[in-house]
Design a protein around this ligand. Structure first.
Ligand code: XMP
Length: 510
């Protein structure tokens, strides 16, 4: 399998670059610039290297740089933005603050005929975001593109297969960005487009079958996408040597616990232990109203229950986890086998005596994990599950949690989700749910006065959940939801829609 190294110099688009390469069916791996040496790059046999962007100036004292020996490996390089400047700098060129100041946004680009620009018209639009620029190309390099304010918008040394582009080919605003990346992968590096999900699944299964042969494997199933897909994959590899423990804290959404049990136990025939611990969690949460304290209690109790179950199973060799690629890259841990600190479950304990960790999804992005899940036959409701906090409805029942309030919220939330999923939305909602406030309000039903809870609906549109806009849901939809909830869910007298974005609010209410 051909693979490309994405050398990360601190840019915000490193993950996107890797995704773009993988979508061309070539495997791409991100490594931090200071965690791999030219010698290791050579030994790993990469077909090509991409230097990513980054916020620094190549001349800054602590600028991220790699040994110039990387240019002499004979492995093709494509430098992007900062990576383009770094390439020029390492090869002996000059970089300086652009005379015209920063260039930002959509920019007209003019290219010269070159293998990197095959099928790219002479004039097109690219996305620029830089302050420095290459002012003097290194010797042996030629300038192959320019913009009005950036005379060296791309350069290359075709003989050594070294290329740099000041613009960002990985973003969709660059009209021919995909073509440029394809030209690099196939025209320059000679990669084969042979990274196919079906093969990857087979390879991963075979690899784990061998690696885990004769060992007992334990996996904590949370109901989330990652652990579900990891379980299905490992089950293919080791069958009954895999045991899944599903701690049901009673704070899942309506029907979710049963769906997990049905899917894994009945449909897949996986050895699944469902621990119905709802009463136990409620007991611990009695009288607790402070959100962070709720989170801590739920996380701690989760571990306690999990440990108790694990103990009952006797000696287990391997702890399996649904760690995915962004977790690995973000934690910057390279290959270290760390116990993922699931912020949802508070982190599984390191001292449980497992001799090994298995993380079959650690090379995959979220959408790839979903694709694997679909191919393995997991139900859509699990594979396309929206993000759901580990403490579950515990942080959506505002104030003290009681069994009755959880059940009211489950019903109302199910109605909202059902209506929203059946509606034609003008704007996609990435996360949507109901929260039960701790306010009671007066209502009237028939001729009688009622007094019940105020329910809040929340829907947000976001790419990364760091910031989010409240979703412009159609009024007709909101009306239908409100009618159904007040009619069908006893205990709720009033429904409100949350129109606060993040910031200043968070997505969750607690
Ligand atoms: P906030 O509320 O911080 O949420 O804007 C951002 C995203 O994180 C999820 N979230 C959590 N996930 N444990 C989790 O696993 C938590 O304690 C937790 N709190 C918030 C939230 O649902 C949203 O997707």
């Amino acid at each position: 399998m051909d693979k490309i190294l994405v050398l990360d110099f601190g840019g915000q688009y490193d993950q996107l670059i890797a995704r773009r390469i993988r979508s061309q069916h070539v495997f791409a791996e991100i490594r931090a610039y200071d965690r791999i040496t030219p010698e290791e790059i050579r030994a790993a046999g990469y077909r090509g290297i991409v230097f990513t962007g980054g916020p620094n100036s190549v001349y800054a004292e602590n600028a991220p740089r790699i040994d110039a020996a990387v240019l002499a490996l004979g492995v093709p390089i494509l430098g992007i933005c900062y990576g383009h400047q770094l390439l020029a700098y390492l090869a002996g060129g000059t970089v300086a603050p652009s005379k015209e100041g920063s260039e930002y946004g959509k920019t007209a680009l003019t290219v010269k005929p070159n293998v990197l620009f095959r099928d790219v018209p002479e004039h097109s639009v690219v996305w620029m975001s830089h302050t420095d620029a290459v002012t003097q190309p290194p010797s042996g390099f030629s300038v192959i593109a320019s913009t009005e304010h950036c005379p060296v918008a791309a350069l290359c040394d075709e003989n050594r297969r070294l290329f740099g582009v000041q613009f960002h080919p990985e973003v969709t605003h660059s009209e021919y960005g995909e073509t440029v990346l394809r030209n690099f992968l196939f025209g320059v590096c000679g990669c084969k487009a042979d990274w196919r999900m079906d093969d990857v699944i087979e390879e991963t299964v075979a690899q784990y079958r061998q690696k885990l042969s004769g060992k007992r494997v334990l996996l904590a199933l949370s109901g989330g996408v990652d652990s579900a897909v990891a379980a299905a994959l490992l089950h293919r590899a080791v069958g009954d040597d895999l045991v899944c423990v599903f701690v049901d804290h009673g704070l899942m959404r309506k029907g979710e616990g049963d769906l997990v049990e049905q899917t894994f136990s009945r449909d897949f025939g996986i050895r699944l232990i469902r621990v119905n611990a709802a009463e136990r969690f409620l007991e611990k949460l009695k009288g607790v109203t402070e959100p962070e304290q709720k989170r801590k209690i739920i996380g701690k109790e989760f571990i306690r229950v999990f440990e108790e179950e694990a103990k009952k199973l006797g000696k287990i060799d391997v702890l399996a986890q649904g760690t995915i690629y962004p977790d690995v890259v973000e934690s910057g841990k390279g290959d270290a086998a760390v116990i993922k600190s699931h912020h949802n479950v508070g982190g599984l304990p390191e001292q449980m005596g497992f001799s090994e960790i298995a993380e079959p999804l650690r090379t995959f992005f979220k959408d790839e994990v979903r694709e694997i899940g679909e191919k393995l036959g997991l139900p859509k409701a699990l594979v396309w599950r929206q993000p759901f906090p580990g403490p579950g409805l515990g942080v959506r029942v505002i104030g003290e949690i009681t069994k009755e309030k959880v059940s009211i919220l489950q019903e109302a939330d199910a109605i909202f989700r059902e209506e929203l999923e059946n509606a034609d939305l003008p704007q996609q909602a990435n996360q949507y749910f109901a929260a039960l406030t701790d306010t009671k309000s007066v209502g009237v039903m028939g001729d009688a006065r009622t007094y019940g809870w105020v329910l809040a609906l929340r829907a947000v549109s976001t790419d990364d959940f760091m910031t989010a806009a409240w979703t412009r849901l159609p009024f007709d939809l909101l009306e239908r939801v409100s009618n159904r909830i007040t009619n069908e869910v006893p205990g709720i007298t009033r429904v409100v829609y949350d129109i606060t974005s993040k910031p200043p609010a968070t997505v969750e209410w607690e």
